[in-house]
Design a protein around this ligand. Structure first.
Ligand code: SF4
Length: 366
């Protein structure tokens, strides 16, 4: 059954991490209630259209700050307006500091069946340098609470190339994350984004240089694979069968409906987004059209983020024509450098290729 995904952006955080450029503001109970009302109104506007939904994702921000009753209410409106598949994956992003046994039980009771938690490192001094409020012991405790609440589908985030990180400390972080036995690990290279505090003080941060960043990325992928976490996307690894079904919709260029300020969506062949303005969203959401989605280039660009890459079979299934030969010919030029793997009917990037994915993808497509 073909189905869409739903993304709900929760724009609240307890504080601002110095590297983060996601849209988030401090939480107040009144604003969170008004925001919940606004989300529910907009979700209701899809009622009666017969839309089937296979994944729901609460991202942020810190969705776990909303508390279970608000999340439950939003989910009840989703269930009323959409038909959820029996195996619908319902993910909520959580910050380790916000997870208590009561909160974990509340989320499980509300219908959350997957938690994605920003652990980021297993080394307490690195967590402090990242401005995170938790330490590794608190992260381990949060995982225990989530699992005791009956949610076993847990994903943990790891950050690579953070200030002061070394190959040895990164390996120890992977060891730590693996010891918590999550089903999925997202492992992101730190990017210094304009407008963040890290951008202002980047000179003082002791950040790994480009060569070291590459080494850290490749070593973390190797080490994660030793624990059985198979890479399936540039930054994502999972045990077999536990790939993020919601995020796979993005990379497979499938449709999803986004709600909330700064959220993007792709529905009925159009891309759209909402401005980063919480009060505007609460008063009257102003969805901005962002053009047609699903072109051949867009599909190829997204699929090349996946270790499977693009294949003739999938291409024919989607566009009713063969995979363009010129993509394969151009990709083959990178093969001797170990950056791509090509056959006569498929193209994929290697782990080394992922390090320069932007340049490679544009070299293959244009
Ligand atoms: S908790 Fe997450 S979303 Fe919030 S500021 Fe920190 S990194 Fe950004």
């Amino acid at each position: 059954m073909s189905n869409i995904g739903i993304y709900i952006h929760i724009p609240f955080c307890a504080g601002k991490c110095p590297y983060c450029d996601f849209y988030s503001l401090p939480l107040s109970a009144d604003t969170a209630d008004r925001y919940t009302d606004a989300l529910c109104r907009e979700i209701d506007s899809y009622a009666g259209k017969g839309i089937v939904c296979g994944t729901v994702y609460f991202g942020g921000g810190t969705p776990s700050l909303m508390g279970a009753p608000r999340i439950e209410r939003i989910l009840s409106h989703i269930k009323h307006s959409f038909t959820l598949t029996p195996d619908c994956e319902i993910t909520l992003e959580a910050n380790p500091c916000t997870v208590t046994p009561d909160i974990a039980n509340g989320f499980a009771g509300a219908g959350i069946n997957r938690i994605s938690m920003g652990v980021q490192s297993g080394i307490d001094s690195e967590l402090a340098a990242l401005g995170r409020k938790h330490d590794s012991a608190r992260a381990a405790q949060a995982v225990k609470y989530i699992r005791s609440a009956g949610i076993d589908n847990i994903s943990l985030d790891l950050m690579i190339a953070t200030p002061g990180q070394t190959p040895d400390s990164l390996r120890r972080s992977v060891d730590f994350l693996a010891s918590l036995e999550p089903k999925h690990i997202s492992s992101y290279l730190l990017k210094i984004e304009k407008g963040t505090r890290y951008a202002d003080i980047s000179e003082t941060l002791c950040l790994p240089d480009e060569d070291m960043q590459s080494r850290l990325y490749l070593e973390s992928a190797e080490h994660l694979e030793r624990y059985g976490y198979k890479q399936y996307e540039i930054s994502n690894f999972s045990l077999p069968g536990y790939e993020s079904r919601h995020n796979l919709k993005y990379w497979n260029c499938e449709e999803y409906i986004g709600f909330g300020p700064s959220a993007h969506g792709y529905f009925e062949k159009r891309r759209y987004f909402y401005p980063r303005d919480l009060m505007q969203y609460i008063e009257a959401p102003q969805r901005q059209d962002d053009g047609e989605g699903g072109s051949r280039e867009e599909y190829a660009m997204l699929r090349l983020r996946l270790t499977e890459g693009i294949t003739d079979t999938l291409w024919r299934g989607r566009f009713g024509e063969p995979l363009p030969k010129e993509y394969i010919e151009r990709a083959k030029k990178y093969q001797p450098h170990g950056l791509t793997e090509c056959t006569d009917s498929s193209v994929k990037l290697t782990c080394e290729g992922f390090l320069v994915s932007n340049a490679l993808i544009s070299g293959i497509l244009y």
